[in-house]
Design a protein around this ligand. Structure first.
Ligand SMILES: *[C@@H]1O[C@H](CO)[C@@H](O)[C@H](O)[C@H]1NC(C)=O
Ligand SMILES: *[C@@H]1O[C@H](CO)[C@@H](O)[C@H](O)[C@H]1NC(C)=O
Ligand SMILES: *[C@@H]1O[C@H](CO)[C@@H](O)[C@H](O)[C@H]1NC(C)=O
Ligand SMILES: *[C@@H]1O[C@H](CO)[C@@H](O)[C@H](O)[C@H]1NC(C)=O
Length: 199
């Protein structure tokens, strides 16, 4: 009887020890991984990429019978403020929208951006005999006669980060430059627009 009770109390105690050991080890591991992540983060200090639309123009504009011909040129400055992270832009697509109507889109050559670098991304978009919705046509005609139109410029890109020899997986980056005013008179200067990442 006596030995039976002793065994009964010993068994859970050993079991308890094992559980405690596993828990302690797991907690220790989590803390270590957390510390490693924190240290890597502190060393790399990732900073957000910065995008600014520095020029935009519209030429060869013709709006006839609900159809549009136009050539739009944009210059985006991409700034990578990171001192340890460089960026591969493996695929870039740009598009220009007027309200909810897409006027034109194109793809831009891939490029690699070193750290602490500003890259100039040029995009020429051509709308060729594009059929517009009647409301977009009317609105565009009114805006054209006022001498300027307002569009949104979008960039969608597949990017990878590079830190040392490590390269990340691809992620999709969406940037929008909203309410970009394009002037039809050549002497009016383009107003620089800060662009935002779309989530
Ligand atoms: C903006 O683009 C237009 C047309 O390409 C060009 O004439 C003009 O010089 C550019 N402006 C700047 C500040 O680069
Ligand atoms: C616009 O296009 C139409 C049809 O192609 C043409 O008849 C017209 O002359 C063009 N207008 C201008 C200003 O180029
Ligand atoms: C746009 O250009 C094409 C080819 O040059 C022409 O056939 C068409 O009529 C033009 N459309 C407009 C609206 O100007
Ligand atoms: C940024 O990198 C590109 C490509 O390597 C290079 O052509 C450009 O001159 C660099 N810009 C600056 C400001 O260093």
């Amino acid at each position: 009887m006596a030995s039976n009770t002793a065994q009964a109390t010993q068994q859970p105690a050993r079991h308890f020890n094992l559980v405690r050991c596993v828990t302690t080890c797991l907690l220790g591991l989590i803390v270590l991984v957390g510390l490693a992540v924190l240290i890597i983060w502190l060393v790399i200090r990732p900073q957000k990429l910065v995008y600014t639309l520095v020029n935009g123009s519209i030429q060869d504009f013709n709006l006839t019978n609900n159809h549009l011909n136009a050539t739009l040129d944009f210059v985006l400055m991409a700034y990578n403020p990171n001192s340890k992270v460089s960026v591969y832009y493996d695929y870039i697509r740009s598009s220009v929208t007027y309200g909810d109507q897409t006027l034109a889109f194109n793809t831009i050559d891939p490029f690699f951006q070193p750290h602490r670098n500003t890259s100039r991304v040029e995009s020429k978009l051509v709308a060729l005999d594009l059929a517009l919705s009647p409301s977009a046509f009317k609105q565009l005609r009114v805006e054209k006669s006022s001498g300027e139109i307002e569009v949104d410029v979008h960039f969608k890109s597949k990017i990878r980060f590079k830190v040392g020899i490590w390269k990340s997986n691809h992620r999709t980056l969406r940037i929008v430059c909203s309410s970009v005013t394009l002037h039809f008179s050549w002497y009016k200067h383009f107003e620089v627009i800060p662009c935002e990442e779309e989530l």
